[in-house]
Design a protein around this ligand. Sequence first.
Ligand code: ZN
Ligand code: ZN
Length: 278
Amino acid sequence: MSIQSPHLTTSVRRHRDDHNIHCATTTPIKTNVTPSATSPKTDDPSLKSTWSHRVWVATGCTTILASLASAVVGSVNEHIWIKPILSGFIGYLFADLGSGVYHWAIDNYGDASTPVFGFQIDAFQYHHKWPWAITISEFANRLHVIGRIITFTVTPLYLIFHDQPVVMGFVGVASGCIMFGVQIHAWAHGTKRKLPWIVVALQDVGVFISPSHHAAHHQPPYSNSYCIVSGVWNRFLDEYKVFEALEMVLFLKLGLRPRSWSEPNSDRRKEAEESPVM
Ligand SMILES: [Zn+2]
Ligand SMILES: [Zn+2]
């Protein structure tokens, strides 16, 4: 399951050779270039949306809307409301928890050469280096990878469970939060006065993760606040050191050393540092 797309996938690939990032599980991230030499540019054409990007976002949205519509129609026909609404709420909580687990795994294990996930691992390291860059890619450019994954995972679920409103409630809300979790994450790096008022309101009440909440992930010790949909799980996961315990288990059982044990490194930046005036 993918929670967060490689927001700057194309750009990352292009920058990868320049950065010469080595993210082995046993070594800290190193870079051989100065940050100012590779700072993303707001007019970078690789951050623009293409028609292919828009098609994948559209198909992803279609599968989500079809699932939600099935949940509503099935609820009306069967005169049930509580269970589909409850399953939708569980889907919302699941998306946030899933975003945290996936983000933690991607942040800490593997490197750019890892099969399947390598480009996302690279993209997340890029995001830590240039957090604000997520805000300058265009919408479909940012969401097209997760749109494609949602299309291929939700379509079979819809075909099998379309007549079960409780399942469709969970699938529709969870996949919607997972897909738009990328956008919610981007908004968490936005400037409040430039965000739509409704987004700011949802951030303020905690439905979406807020900039102040997510900022904790981009500050030392760089090993907490991994959840990026609502962030509702972060307090529990951090307070009970759930990921630290998992890291210890993986180290003792498999010898895998998480990247967070090698932090801090100079590649990480706080939001305000070196961000362009936007
Ligand atoms: Zn991260
Ligand atoms: Zn972030």
